[in-house]
Design a protein around this ligand. Structure first.
Ligand SMILES: CC(C)(COP(=O)(O)OP(=O)(O)OC[C@H]1O[C@@H](n2cnc3c(N)ncnc32)[C@H](O)[C@@H]1OP(=O)(O)O)[C@@H](O)C(=O)NCCC(=O)NCCS
Length: 169
């Protein structure tokens, strides 16, 4: 984990980003989405993003992308323009090795540079890795929506977390 590279995503990363996202969908620990995405759909997602909603990647020593994270619109109303929603996915075989922590730290810095005031996210209550990751970078648990999202017929409790960025100046 000593040799890694963090950077903003490019269009030629989309195949890797799609593969990693689909692993996250298949594993049922991160998202209520169940439909696997095509590279074409993810290309559209990438090129149609507003300028400030950056996507970042982490490469390993072999310079392959092993994880990605995105800043997403939280709410279309302009009063919420300072709030970014966050997604983060590490490739299945590379989880638990510190990639998530490095990438999240980078995305938090990126959000600050983009002028966001706050990041919010949602995590399944049983996603221990996600909850620990966010807490270790100072995200606060706002609360839990009980029996909130439907996943394969099961109602999932969803934890809301947030981090106010100006606190660290
Ligand atoms: C959640 C995820 C992004 C974390 O990234 P990661 O590279 O696996 O995590 P790291 O190795 O950087 O470890 C981050 C923290 O999680 C903990 N952690 C890692 N794997 C864990 C596991 N399987 N169970 C419990 N805690 C775990 C680490 O101990 C560390 O906590 P600490 O700082 O208190 O020691 C990654 O596991 C992943 O992509 N999972 C599937 C998609 C997902 O859940 N996305 C988030 C949706 S909210």
């Amino acid at each position: 984990m000593d040799d890694f590279r963090l950077r903003l995503a490019r269009e030629d990363d989309i195949a890797a980003i799609t593969k990693i996202f689909n692993q996250g969908i298949e594993d049922r620990t991160a998202t209520l989405e169940t439909r696997l995405r095509s590279v074409e759909e993810m290309e559209e997602w990438f090129v149609n993003r507003a300028f400030q909603y950056k996507v970042a990647v982490i490469e390993d020593a072999t310079r392959h992308v092993r994880g990605w994270a995105s800043l997403n619109p939280f709410n279309a109303r302009c009063c919420y323009s300072g709030v970014a929603d966050l997604s983060i996915y590490i490739a299945r075989d590379y989880r638990g090795k510190g990639f998530g922590l490095k990438l999240l730290d980078f995305v938090v810095s990126t959000a600050r540079q983009q002028g966001f005031h706050k990041i919010v996210l949602h995590a399944f209550d049983f996603n221990d890795a996600g909850r620990r990751l966010y807490k270790s970078l100072g995200f606060r648990e706002v609360g839990i929506y009980m029996e909130h999202g439907l996943l394969d017929g099961r109602r999932i409790n969803v934890v809301i977390m947030e981090k106010i960025l100006e606190e660290e100046g």
